[in-house]
Design a protein. Sequence first.
Length: 159
Amino acid sequence: MNHVGFGYDLHRLRKEEGELLLATCAIPSPYVVEAHSDGDVLLHALSNALLSSVGEEDIGVYFPDTSSATLNMSSLEILEFSLAKVKEKGYILNNAVVCINLEKPKLLPYRKQIKEKLCQLLSLDDECVSIQATTGEKLGPIGNSEALCCYATVLVSKE
Ligand code: MG
C-alpha cells in the first residue's frame, strides 16, 4: 500500500546578515528567519509531509509555537519524531521531494550540500531525494523577501 504525504511551511524573514537553516545546512544570507524554533522551514515542511502520509496531525499540533518547551528547539527533533511516526505505523519512506521558494540568496551553490544532508537524514539514496528551488519573481511576500516557504511531498509504503 502506498501513501502520498504533503507538507507546507512558511516563515517571515528579517533583513539581517546571517544564516538560513535548510535541512540543518547553514546558508549565508542577507535575511534571517523569524521563528519560535530554529526556523528550518525545509524540515518543517518535510515533517508535515511525513506526518500527513500516515494520517497524523501536523507539527503545529505536536510542537506548538506557543509553548516554552519548543522555544529554539532543533527541527531535527521534529523530523526524527515524524520519521518515528511513519515507522511506528509500519511504513517505510520511499522518496521525498521538496521545493524551496525563496528570493535571496540563490540556492544553486548549496543545493548539492542540502541534498546530501537530506539523503543522510532520511536514509535515502540520491535518486530518491529531489531539491527544487524557485524564486517569487520579485512578486508578493516571497518575491519581496518578507518570507520564505517550502513545499514537500513524500511517498511511504507498507506491505
Ligand atoms: Mg515552521
